[in-house]
Design a protein around this ligand. Structure first.
Ligand code: ADP
Ligand code: MG
Length: 353
């Protein structure tokens, strides 16, 4: 069977690695000629995502196509929807924050933090200005704490304003939905961000049962309403016992990288099983597991740590990117939680402190 992947970044790379274990042929489409998953593709399509002829060719070549990012024109993919298990609806509803948050709020029992279009400006400080499209890793966001801040140039329909919640705890639920509508989720992950970029994820050990079941229920409802097939991730904010949905990623997710070693099936293998319709085992994860992201400016440190016996228990992941730019995700480390190891790793990986 031939699996095509739209987007050739680290998520595609990790999907491809699992796909090979199942004997799939992997083909990748990315406009970036240096995409880090390129070398894993039998056929690498290096064209613009709006090159209709090449996209048609890519769909003709593959039995199934998955996407690893959400900024693809949905209208353009509609005619190929039969080959896209994740569907086109997820792209239509989730690639624009304003549309996404309205969709989430329309679901029974689910809410987002209060927001409005930036030109309405009815949210009081502190608030965050966010671009509606193309934001990731905190890019395109501005925290406004002083009501006299001049935000005139952002007061248009391309931005939203969202109430800033102090002292939040962040969680994510990584969940798979199969063709027959069954759902499989991992334990909630507790995520810590620094400057909008995910820093660490760990399976939450002490989570209140009520909050946990609320998050799982909401993730299931979202996957079902999107008629979604594959792995999806819902990011949550918890503040004063209230559960808010932050955003939904219709794909495998950075927090889920912990599952490569920290669970009986990785989120990438789970995704492939769901989209090619293979049976899925009951999911179990190891408690006391940890994942730390490595950003470009820390890559040299990670390479040194890899050679250090002290860190031999760690699993080091290098995405093979062609540049190690500051704040760019270039790898991650997973390990069984132990206080001295966490302390040592966080002390070494500056981006993680
Ligand atoms: P991205 O698409 O870049 O991940 P998010 O909206 O998830 O954008 O924001 C990135 C991070 O910024 C969040 O994980 C959280 O740490 C912080 N953040 C975003 N919105 C809020 C908010 N309303 N209140 C508090 N923190 C926020
Ligand atoms: Mg986010």
């Amino acid at each position: 069977m031939k699996l095509g992947i739209f987007g050739g970044g680290q998520l595609a790379r990790m999907i491809a690695l699992e796909g090979y274990k199942l004997g799939l042929e992997i083909n990748i489409y990315d406009k970036n000629e240096n995409a880090c998953a390129k070398d894993l593709a039998k056929n690498f399509f290096n064209y613009d995502f709006l090159d209709e002829e090449k996209v048609d060719e890519f769909f003709a070549l593959n039995d199934i196509v998955t996407y690893e990012f959400e900024n693809i024109d949905p209208d353009f993919l509609k005619k190929h929807e039969a080959k896209i298990p994740q569907g086109v609806m997820a792209l239509e509803l989730l690639q624009d924050r304003f549309v996404e948050k309205n969709f989430i709020n329309s679901l029974d029992g689910i809410k987002c933090v209060s927001f409005c279009l930036a030109n309405e400006n009815i949210v009081e400080t502190p608030f965050i200005l966010k671009t509606r499209r193309f934001g990731y890793d905190g890019k395109g966001q501005l925290l406004v704490t002083d009501k006299n801040t001049d935000i005139e140039k952002f007061k248009n329909e391309n931005y939203i304003i969202e109430k800033y919640l102090e002292n939040i705890t962040e969680y994510s639920i990584v969940i798979a939905r199969t063709r027959s509508g069954e759902m499989y989720n991992y334990e909630p992950l507790k995520n810590v961000h620094k400057k909008g970029i995910l820093k660490t994820s760990t399976f939450e050990k002490y989570l209140d049962e009520d909050i946990k079941s609320k998050m799982i229920e909401k993730a299931k409802l979202i996957a079902e309403k999107l008629n979604y097939i594959g792995v999806l991730c819902v990011e949550f904010f918890v503040s004063n016992g209230e559960v808010y949905v932050n955003e939904v990623a219709p794909r495998v997710h950075n927090s889920g990288h912990i599952t490569i070693e920290g669970a009986n099936i990785s989120q990438f293998m789970l995704h492939v099983h769901a989209i090619v319709d293979l049976p899925i085992p009951k999911i179990s994860s190891y408690s006391k597991y940890y994942m730390v992201n490595v950003l470009g400016h820390d890559m040299k440190k990670m390479e040194l740590m890899q050679k250090d016996k002290k860190f031999a228990r760690c699993h080091f992941h290098n995405y093979g990117k062609n540049s190690y730019d500051t704040n760019r995700k270039v790898g991650h480390i997973t390990f069984k939680d132990s206080d001295d190891l966490i302390f040592n790793i966080l002390n070494n990986i500056k981006g993680a402190i």
